[in-house]
Design a protein around this ligand. Structure first.
Ligand code: FAD
Ligand code: AMP
Length: 476
């Protein structure tokens, strides 16, 4: 006999758990099945994001930035410190403690909302039934009016460089290292590679980042990417572009990495090698034959704009479907699907998905790059405002970077905002709202921004779009 639910969600990551909670808020009977196991075998809710991604990485980025600033940047404030010591075990315990509190929190949210959490591996069978296999191998059958697939993603392993958990490692292991590697290699200069490289660089590793593409942050606005590369290289991240890694071998505890660049075959030796070349949808053993759900060539579940799979009552959200692999994108899809299931209105605006790299300075973007707008043929205006001219940034001693705003020449609609600078990840929220409301640069120009705040840089960038910035010299 199957246990019956209105909605069964497979996966309790940042896509699945909001879908389950919103489903329950909508008065439906919801179960959420999740298979996550920590390294010590314990179960935890929250998926990659809370256990091995967004949250632990930001915990370490914060701690390591404080360590770095105390050693290198406090003196300028007239604060001298001596005897500064790194206590990595405590830093790592703090990271683990934050993760535990957050993942336990989801259990509490499920309880409060009335969501039934089921530990085990879920597999979709035909007719919206789900078979759950617990860790001890026992099976349980669920039947639902709707099933939401939210199985997430896993790190991509390069051919010839299998993870060994010690020298050649994935991003999860890279967050849990118990010692600072002397020489660290990172393959892939995406968000994950740059954040992890920054963490260990700040703690003293010599870091070399190998990126196959010739262009840094190839999808980003070029002006932004150039500034980001300059800033990160200043921090002595040895970023090598056009460096395609083909092999690595571990010899006497060190990893010899072979790569090809414009000059030919190269080699670099490191103590630890992080492979951060992207993630793939995790859809292994998710679907029984004959469910009708289609996986594309790369393993993504095929869905439409509303995350419907085309099979009646089966939906898919988050990293296991097309679109950027970002926690907030999955969350919005989860909420949309739960509302659509309940007959309510639901929509995701795929044109206004913010993307943030939490390096120092942070890099945050939303909407179209200048190159994309140019390629579209639409006439446009650009305003750039440097943090150097912002009072709060001066007070913070964080003046590197700028805000760049692009708006349409005809109706002034804001098409894209690109920020590199202090707390760019927080500042971008205003730009996301502006895109969501289809605001013009003039709308932002006429919006009062508190002084002295970093947000004034966004205000001034909107004014600079029409060459009317007050606090910087407008270039014609
Ligand atoms: P996941 O979080 O992967 O969750 C899927 C869950 O489903 C997991 O618990 C998994 O065990 C479970 N599962 C899978 N298959 C089954 C099954 N058949 N049965 C039962 N359970 C199953 N994104 C951001 O937006 N901001 C960041 O700062 C950020 N930083 C990151 C840093 C790192 C190091 C990494 C690795 C990722 C980061 N990401 C970040 C990406 C983010 O973690 C993902 O986009 C997000 O976790 C995707 O959510 P999801 O719910 O789709 O999948
Ligand atoms: P992202 O997908 O944003 O996490 O970034 C992953 C990065 O890894 C991309 O910029 C890829 O170009 C890069 N990459 C993928 N394969 C290789 C490789 N074999 N050698 C070096 N870089 C790679």
């Amino acid at each position: 006999m199957a246990d019956e639910f209105d909605v069964v969600v497979i996966g309790a990551g940042p896509a699945g758990y909001p879908a389950a909670i919103r489903g329950a808020q909508n008065g439906l009977k919801v179960a959420c099945v999740d298979a996550w196991r920590n390294r010590d075998g314990t179960a935890a809710l929250g998926g990659t994001c809370l256990n091995a991604g967004c949250i632990p990485s930001k915990a370490l980025l914060e701690s390591t930035e404080l360590y770095h600033r105390l050693r290198k940047e406090f003196a300028v404030h007239g604060i001298r410190a001596s005897g500064i010591e790194l206590d990595l075990p405590t830093m790592q315990q703090r990271r683990a403690g934050i993760v535990k509190k957050m993942t336990d929190g989801i259990g509490a949210l499920f309880k409060a909302a009335g969501v039934t959490a089921i530990q085990g591996h879920g597999r979709l069978l035909p007719d919206r039934r789900v078979e759950v296999t617990a860790q001890d191998g026992s099976k349980r059958l669920l039947a639902a009016k709707h099933v939401v697939l939210a199985s997430g993603s896993a790190p991509i392993e390069l051919k010839g460089l299998p993870f060994d958990g010690e020298h050649i490692i994935d991003s999860w292991t890279a967050l849990e290292l118990g010692a600072v590697p002397k020489r660290l290699g990172v393959i892939g200069a995406g968000a994950i590679g740059l954040e992890l490289g920054s963490v260990w660089r700040r703690l003293g590793s010599e870091v070399v980042v190998l990126e196959a593409l010739n262009e840094f942050l190839a999808a980003a606005d070029r002006q932004l990417a150039r500034e980001a590369l300059r800033q990160l290289r200043q921090q002595e991240l040895d970023i090598r572009l056009g460096a395609s890694v083909s092999a690595a071998r571990t010899v006497s505890g060190a990893v010899e990495v072979s790569y090809d660049d414009a000059k030919g075959s190269q080699r670099v030796t490191v103590d630890t090698l992080i492979v951060a070349v992207g993630r793939r949808p995790y859809t292994e053993d998710l679907l029984a034959p004959d469910t009708g759900v289609i996986l594309d060539r790369r393993g993504f579940v095929t869905v439409d704009e509303q995350c419907a799979t085309g099979v009646d009552g089966v939906w898919a959200i988050g990293d296991c479907v097309r679109g950027p692999m970002l926690a907030h994108k999955g969350k919005e899809e989860g909420v949309m699907v739960a509302d659509l299931i309940a007959g309510r209105y639901g929509e995701v605006n795929y044109r206004a998905i913010p993307s943030i790299i939490y390096t120092a300075p942070e890099i945050a973007t939303v909407g179209a790059t200048e190159e994309q707008v140019k390629a579209s043929g639409r006439a446009y205006k650009v305003g750039v405002f440097p943090f150097l001219a912002n009072g709060r940034a001066r007070a913070l001693e964080a003046t590197a970077g700028f805000v760049k705003m692009i708006s349409a020449a005809d109706d002034d609609e804001i098409l894209g905002v690109h920020i590199i600078g202090p707390l760019a990840g927080e500042l971008i929220a205003e730009a996301v709202l502006a895109l969501e409301y289809r605001a013009s640069s003039e709308d932002l120009q006429r919006t009062m921004h508190a002084h002295p705040t970093l947000s004034e840089a966004l205000h001034e960038a909107s004014l600079a779009v029409d060459k009317r910035s007050i606090d910087s010299i407008n270039k014609s």
